[in-house]
Design a protein around this ligand. Structure first.
Ligand code: HEC
Ligand code: HEC
Length: 248
């Protein structure tokens, strides 16, 4: 875990500064490619736009289990280089898989090319992670296209799910305290205020949550929120969460 501490970030900065000043000395970057990649993995400036607040680590563990009980929408990335395909089979190329994240979630306008120094550092870092066990297997990812009302569940469990899956971006339930993204509404209160009774039926208000969680920024919804697949969040767990929000 040393590679994830503060020191490599400083090294990576030094390496980046070299690049910025046009210094042709690229050895520093090469010598610390793994550390540089490790720092980039946790750095929102990787997307080179001030509109992005996410790091790769907002949505992915490097090594499965390292983020404790967090329910992250993206798969752990150790072993990713050896996987036969990505995004549940929708993408066969690793660079393409990463560029989807940079474009859709992190609003980076230009995709990485294979010889991009940041892409190379990221590859070096991903390659350095242990890829034993199932890590190199394709990760099941089942997006839910057809939306349905989940079964009512247990509000106590739902509160924990909010903390594990939603609070990283939305902050604490109701108040939104500690949110990462200014645009991410306090859940559920702000979203319900924005979808008042009269304009929306009870079912429509519920389905705003279901749709956003299942489709994220896809399927015409827009925005920067990642989708939660059936593997990451079961319908039962979504039912617990929506019961905690008082919607079921
Ligand atoms: C806002 C959340 C989010 C951010 C930020 C994000 N990703 Fe992802 N990423 C996802 C989701 C969701 C998927 C699709 C599910 C899956 O297969 O992991 C995905 C898929 C991937 C995959 C394919 C994994 C596989 O085996 O299917 C790779 C590789 C990947 N991301 C790398 C990155 C890297 C590198 C970064 C940082 C530059 C990044 N992602 C940033 C959410 C995110
Ligand atoms: C990686 C960050 C991130 C995570 C994790 C996340 N969200 Fe979001 N969410 C956002 C952002 C950003 C927005 C604002 C709209 C947009 O940009 O997509 C948003 C918007 C929403 C909305 C408002 C939709 C609307 O139309 O008004 C709902 C509801 C929502 N999220 C629910 C959830 C729930 C429930 C979870 C946990 C299961 C969750 N989100 C996890 C980032 C996130």
């Amino acid at each position: 875990m040393k590679a994830l501490s503060g020191a490599p970030a400083a090294l990576a900065c030094a390496a980046l500064l070299c690049g910025c000043t046009g210094d042709p000395e690229t050895k520093i970057v090469d010598a610390t490619a793994v550390e540089h990649g490790a720092a980039l993995f946790r750095d929102p400036s990787i997307a080179e736009t001030r509109f992005n607040r996410y790091a790769c680590s907002t949505c992915h563990e490097a090594i499965a289990g390292e983020a404790g009980g967090a329910m992250l929408p993206g798969a752990p990335l150790a072993g990713a280089l050896a996987r036969p395909h990505y995004w549940g089979g929708q993408e066969v190329d690793l660079l393409g898989a990463i560029n989807h994240c940079l474009y859709f979630f992190m609003t980076k306008d230009l995709p990485w090319t294979a010889d991009d120094p940041a892409a190379q550092a990221m590859y070096a870092y991903l390659e350095s992670l242990p890829s034993d066990g199932d890590a190199a297997e394709a990760v099941p990812f089942t997006p839910i296209y057809t939306l349905s009302e989940p079964p009512p569940g247990d509000p106590g469990r739902g509160e924990l799910i909010h903390d594990r899956a939603c609070a990283s971006c939305h902050g604490r339930a109701r108040s939104g305290e500690g949110r990462l993204v200014e645009r991410a509404p306090a859940l559920p209160d702000r979203t319900l205020e924005e979808h008042p009774f009269g304009e929306y039926t009870e079912r429509e208000r519920l389905m705003v949550f279901v749709e956003k969680v299942r489709h994220g920024s896809f399927i015409g919804y827009g925005g920067q929120m990642p989708p939660f697949s059936a593997e990451v969040l079961s319908d039962e767990e979504l039912g617990d969460l929506l019961s905690f929000y008082g919607l079921l």
